[in-house]
Design a protein around this ligand. Structure first.
Ligand code: ZN
Length: 290
Protein backbone atom coordinates (compact mmCIF):
# COMPACT_ATOMS: atom_id res chain seq x y z
CA UNK A 1 0.00 0.00 0.00
CA UNK A 2 1.32 3.40 -0.88
CA UNK A 3 1.20 5.84 1.97
CA UNK A 4 1.05 9.53 1.42
CA UNK A 5 2.85 11.36 4.17
CA UNK A 6 1.91 14.94 5.01
CA UNK A 7 4.52 17.47 4.19
CA UNK A 8 6.15 19.12 7.15
CA UNK A 9 5.18 22.71 6.67
CA UNK A 10 7.35 24.80 8.93
CA UNK A 11 10.59 25.99 7.47
CA UNK A 12 13.20 27.45 9.68
CA UNK A 13 16.60 26.97 11.03
CA UNK A 14 16.62 25.37 14.42
CA UNK A 15 19.20 25.84 17.14
CA UNK A 16 20.36 22.59 18.62
CA UNK A 17 22.49 23.80 21.51
CA UNK A 18 22.51 26.85 23.62
CA UNK A 19 25.91 28.49 23.24
CA UNK A 20 25.34 29.94 19.85
CA UNK A 21 26.08 33.22 18.26
CA UNK A 22 23.08 33.82 16.10
CA UNK A 23 20.55 31.66 14.41
CA UNK A 24 18.19 33.78 12.45
CA UNK A 25 14.91 32.34 11.41
CA UNK A 26 15.28 31.72 7.73
CA UNK A 27 12.21 31.63 5.59
CA UNK A 28 13.06 32.56 2.07
CA UNK A 29 10.56 32.74 -0.71
CA UNK A 30 12.98 32.24 -3.55
CA UNK A 31 10.42 32.53 -6.29
CA UNK A 32 6.90 33.74 -6.66
CA UNK A 33 3.86 31.53 -6.83
CA UNK A 34 3.90 31.59 -10.60
CA UNK A 35 7.47 30.33 -10.66
CA UNK A 36 10.49 32.27 -11.70
CA UNK A 37 9.99 32.91 -15.39
CA UNK A 38 7.55 35.73 -15.12
CA UNK A 39 8.49 38.51 -17.44
CA UNK A 40 8.45 41.36 -15.01
CA UNK A 41 10.15 44.70 -14.73
CA UNK A 42 13.17 44.79 -12.48
CA UNK A 43 12.54 45.96 -8.92
CA UNK A 44 13.03 49.73 -8.97
CA UNK A 45 16.17 49.65 -6.84
CA UNK A 46 17.83 46.67 -8.52
CA UNK A 47 21.48 47.16 -9.41
CA UNK A 48 23.56 45.15 -11.83
CA UNK A 49 26.52 43.36 -10.26
CA UNK A 50 29.42 41.31 -11.54
CA UNK A 51 29.20 37.73 -10.28
CA UNK A 52 31.94 36.91 -7.78
CA UNK A 53 34.46 34.25 -8.76
CA UNK A 54 32.79 31.61 -6.59
CA UNK A 55 29.74 31.68 -8.85
CA UNK A 56 31.69 29.72 -11.48
CA UNK A 57 32.22 26.92 -8.96
CA UNK A 58 28.59 27.07 -7.84
CA UNK A 59 27.48 26.98 -11.49
CA UNK A 60 29.63 23.88 -12.11
CA UNK A 61 28.13 22.20 -9.04
CA UNK A 62 24.63 22.93 -10.33
CA UNK A 63 25.52 21.68 -13.79
CA UNK A 64 26.84 18.47 -12.25
CA UNK A 65 23.79 17.70 -10.13
CA UNK A 66 21.31 18.59 -12.87
CA UNK A 67 23.10 16.95 -15.76
CA UNK A 68 22.57 20.15 -17.75
CA UNK A 69 25.14 22.58 -19.03
CA UNK A 70 24.86 26.24 -19.83
CA UNK A 71 26.77 29.48 -20.20
CA UNK A 72 27.15 31.30 -16.91
CA UNK A 73 28.38 34.40 -18.75
CA UNK A 74 25.00 34.75 -20.45
CA UNK A 75 23.23 35.51 -17.17
CA UNK A 76 22.67 39.09 -16.08
CA UNK A 77 22.89 39.50 -12.30
CA UNK A 78 21.01 42.09 -10.24
CA UNK A 79 20.84 42.66 -6.52
CA UNK A 80 18.29 44.51 -4.45
CA UNK A 81 19.47 46.24 -1.26
CA UNK A 82 16.74 44.87 0.98
CA UNK A 83 16.16 41.46 2.60
CA UNK A 84 13.18 40.82 0.33
CA UNK A 85 11.38 42.58 -2.48
CA UNK A 86 8.06 42.38 -4.23
CA UNK A 87 7.92 40.02 -7.16
CA UNK A 88 4.85 38.46 -8.67
CA UNK A 89 2.67 39.91 -5.94
CA UNK A 90 4.58 38.62 -2.97
CA UNK A 91 7.84 39.14 -1.17
CA UNK A 92 10.72 37.24 -2.66
CA UNK A 93 14.45 36.85 -2.09
CA UNK A 94 15.28 36.04 -5.67
CA UNK A 95 14.00 35.00 -9.06
CA UNK A 96 15.15 34.02 -12.51
CA UNK A 97 13.60 35.70 -15.53
CA UNK A 98 13.72 33.68 -18.71
CA UNK A 99 13.32 36.25 -21.46
CA UNK A 100 16.39 38.24 -20.48
CA UNK A 101 18.05 35.33 -18.67
CA UNK A 102 18.56 37.48 -15.62
CA UNK A 103 18.73 36.58 -11.94
CA UNK A 104 17.65 39.06 -9.29
CA UNK A 105 18.66 38.43 -5.68
CA UNK A 106 18.22 40.25 -2.42
CA UNK A 107 21.70 41.50 -1.63
CA UNK A 108 21.97 39.57 1.63
CA UNK A 109 21.60 36.30 -0.31
CA UNK A 110 24.13 36.98 -3.05
CA UNK A 111 26.76 35.04 -1.10
CA UNK A 112 24.51 32.20 0.04
CA UNK A 113 25.32 29.30 -2.20
CA UNK A 114 22.09 27.36 -1.74
CA UNK A 115 19.98 30.39 -2.73
CA UNK A 116 22.17 31.37 -5.67
CA UNK A 117 22.26 27.78 -6.94
CA UNK A 118 18.45 27.61 -6.72
CA UNK A 119 18.25 30.35 -9.33
CA UNK A 120 21.11 28.84 -11.31
CA UNK A 121 19.16 25.58 -11.45
CA UNK A 122 16.17 27.42 -12.94
CA UNK A 123 18.46 28.95 -15.54
CA UNK A 124 20.01 25.59 -16.42
CA UNK A 125 16.68 23.78 -16.60
CA UNK A 126 15.15 26.73 -18.48
CA UNK A 127 12.02 26.48 -16.38
CA UNK A 128 10.46 28.56 -13.68
CA UNK A 129 8.83 25.55 -12.10
CA UNK A 130 10.51 23.33 -9.52
CA UNK A 131 10.78 19.78 -10.83
CA UNK A 132 10.96 17.39 -7.89
CA UNK A 133 13.59 15.25 -9.61
CA UNK A 134 16.12 18.07 -9.40
CA UNK A 135 15.05 20.52 -6.68
CA UNK A 136 14.22 17.81 -4.14
CA UNK A 137 16.20 15.02 -5.77
CA UNK A 138 19.53 15.18 -7.53
CA UNK A 139 20.33 18.75 -6.43
CA UNK A 140 18.71 18.67 -2.99
CA UNK A 141 22.03 18.62 -1.15
CA UNK A 142 23.15 21.97 -2.59
CA UNK A 143 19.95 23.85 -3.49
CA UNK A 144 17.49 25.50 -1.14
CA UNK A 145 13.91 24.33 -1.66
CA UNK A 146 11.35 25.73 0.75
CA UNK A 147 7.65 26.48 0.90
CA UNK A 148 6.86 27.62 -2.64
CA UNK A 149 9.40 25.26 -4.14
CA UNK A 150 8.04 22.25 -2.23
CA UNK A 151 4.46 23.08 -3.13
CA UNK A 152 5.36 23.51 -6.76
CA UNK A 153 7.30 20.23 -6.81
CA UNK A 154 4.04 18.39 -6.19
CA UNK A 155 3.09 15.44 -4.02
CA UNK A 156 5.47 12.77 -2.95
CA UNK A 157 4.62 9.19 -2.05
CA UNK A 158 6.42 7.11 0.53
CA UNK A 159 8.23 3.97 -0.57
CA UNK A 160 6.55 0.65 0.10
CA UNK A 161 7.62 -1.60 2.97
CA UNK A 162 9.49 1.01 4.94
CA UNK A 163 10.40 0.59 8.57
CA UNK A 164 10.44 3.32 11.23
CA UNK A 165 13.74 3.40 13.09
CA UNK A 166 15.61 5.76 15.42
CA UNK A 167 18.34 7.96 13.93
CA UNK A 168 21.13 5.80 15.33
CA UNK A 169 20.11 3.06 12.91
CA UNK A 170 21.79 5.19 10.26
CA UNK A 171 25.43 5.95 9.55
CA UNK A 172 26.37 9.63 9.70
CA UNK A 173 29.66 10.94 8.37
CA UNK A 174 30.97 14.49 8.32
CA UNK A 175 33.89 16.08 6.52
CA UNK A 176 35.09 19.66 6.85
CA UNK A 177 37.21 21.26 4.16
CA UNK A 178 38.70 24.74 4.04
CA UNK A 179 38.85 25.50 0.34
CA UNK A 180 41.72 27.49 -1.20
CA UNK A 181 40.96 31.19 -1.61
CA UNK A 182 39.08 32.12 -4.75
CA UNK A 183 40.82 34.39 -7.26
CA UNK A 184 39.02 37.41 -5.79
CA UNK A 185 40.10 36.56 -2.24
CA UNK A 186 36.84 35.06 -0.96
CA UNK A 187 37.31 31.84 0.98
CA UNK A 188 34.90 29.16 2.09
CA UNK A 189 34.72 26.42 4.69
CA UNK A 190 32.63 23.51 3.49
CA UNK A 191 30.98 20.96 5.74
CA UNK A 192 29.84 17.84 3.92
CA UNK A 193 27.33 15.65 5.75
CA UNK A 194 26.22 12.21 4.66
CA UNK A 195 23.67 9.84 6.13
CA UNK A 196 23.50 6.27 4.85
CA UNK A 197 20.87 3.62 5.27
CA UNK A 198 22.81 0.34 5.59
CA UNK A 199 19.65 -1.76 5.30
CA UNK A 200 17.96 -3.34 2.34
CA UNK A 201 14.64 -1.82 3.45
CA UNK A 202 13.60 1.77 3.22
CA UNK A 203 13.85 3.60 6.53
CA UNK A 204 11.88 6.53 7.83
CA UNK A 205 13.60 8.25 10.68
CA UNK A 206 11.76 8.73 13.93
CA UNK A 207 13.39 12.11 14.48
CA UNK A 208 13.21 13.67 17.93
CA UNK A 209 11.35 16.90 18.50
CA UNK A 210 8.23 18.39 16.99
CA UNK A 211 6.75 15.80 14.59
CA UNK A 212 5.65 18.59 12.25
CA UNK A 213 9.14 20.06 12.01
CA UNK A 214 11.54 17.17 12.50
CA UNK A 215 15.24 18.06 12.32
CA UNK A 216 17.23 16.66 9.43
CA UNK A 217 20.77 17.82 8.62
CA UNK A 218 22.58 20.00 11.14
CA UNK A 219 25.97 21.56 11.87
CA UNK A 220 27.87 22.57 14.98
CA UNK A 221 31.03 24.71 15.04
CA UNK A 222 32.89 25.64 18.22
CA UNK A 223 35.75 28.10 18.02
CA UNK A 224 37.74 30.80 19.80
CA UNK A 225 34.92 33.35 19.79
CA UNK A 226 32.06 31.01 20.63
CA UNK A 227 30.08 28.71 18.46
CA UNK A 228 27.32 28.46 15.97
CA UNK A 229 24.98 25.62 15.25
CA UNK A 230 21.82 25.04 13.34
CA UNK A 231 20.42 23.09 10.50
CA UNK A 232 17.35 22.11 8.59
CA UNK A 233 13.93 20.82 9.44
CA UNK A 234 12.09 18.65 6.97
CA UNK A 235 10.39 20.81 4.37
CA UNK A 236 9.31 17.74 2.45
CA UNK A 237 8.59 14.25 3.73
CA UNK A 238 11.07 12.77 1.30
CA UNK A 239 13.84 14.19 3.50
CA UNK A 240 12.89 11.74 6.25
CA UNK A 241 12.82 8.61 4.12
CA UNK A 242 15.99 6.88 3.09
CA UNK A 243 15.83 4.20 0.45
CA UNK A 244 17.65 0.86 0.80
CA UNK A 245 21.41 1.53 0.84
CA UNK A 246 20.77 5.16 -0.09
CA UNK A 247 23.08 7.95 1.01
CA UNK A 248 21.62 11.43 1.43
CA UNK A 249 23.97 14.39 1.51
CA UNK A 250 23.90 18.03 2.56
CA UNK A 251 26.45 20.78 2.10
CA UNK A 252 26.81 23.57 4.65
CA UNK A 253 28.99 26.51 3.61
CA UNK A 254 30.59 29.24 5.69
CA UNK A 255 32.35 32.20 4.13
CA UNK A 256 35.56 33.17 5.93
CA UNK A 257 34.87 36.59 7.40
CA UNK A 258 35.42 38.63 10.55
CA UNK A 259 32.41 37.23 12.38
CA UNK A 260 30.85 33.89 13.28
CA UNK A 261 27.27 33.44 12.11
CA UNK A 262 25.08 30.86 10.44
CA UNK A 263 27.02 31.36 7.20
CA UNK A 264 30.23 33.15 8.21
CA UNK A 265 33.24 31.77 10.07
CA UNK A 266 36.08 33.84 11.47
CA UNK A 267 39.71 32.63 11.41
CA UNK A 268 40.79 30.34 14.20
CA UNK A 269 40.83 26.76 15.40
CA UNK A 270 37.48 25.02 15.50
CA UNK A 271 35.88 21.78 16.50
CA UNK A 272 33.34 20.92 13.85
CA UNK A 273 30.70 18.24 13.55
CA UNK A 274 27.55 17.63 11.62
CA UNK A 275 24.65 15.27 11.88
CA UNK A 276 21.25 14.08 10.83
CA UNK A 277 18.15 14.03 13.03
CA UNK A 278 20.38 15.04 15.97
CA UNK A 279 22.62 12.02 15.42
CA UNK A 280 26.03 13.68 15.37
CA UNK A 281 29.39 12.73 13.95
CA UNK A 282 32.51 12.97 16.11
CA UNK A 283 34.12 16.41 16.35
CA UNK A 284 36.80 17.17 13.78
CA UNK A 285 39.50 19.80 14.32
CA UNK A 286 39.75 22.44 11.59
CA UNK A 287 41.93 25.52 11.35
CA UNK A 288 40.31 28.34 9.43
CA UNK A 289 42.81 30.70 7.81
CA UNK A 290 41.98 34.09 6.27
ZN1 ZN B 1 12.43 28.88 -7.71
Amino acid sequence: MRTEVPVAAAIRRRPTWSCLVRLATLSVVVCGLAGCTLTAPLPPNAERFAPPVVYARWWAMTEACSGRSGDLASILWYSVPSPQFMHDGQEAAGYWESRSNQIVLAKMYTDRGAVVRHEMLHALLRTGSHPRAQFLGSCASIVLCQETCVKDAGPWHAPMNYVVLPPDSLVVTSRAELLPPEADGQRWLELHVSVRNPRERAVVVAAPGDPLTPPTFGYDLRGPSGGTSGGDVATDSSALFIQPFETKQRLFEFQVASDLTEDHVSPGKYLVRSGYALLWSAYEAVTVSP
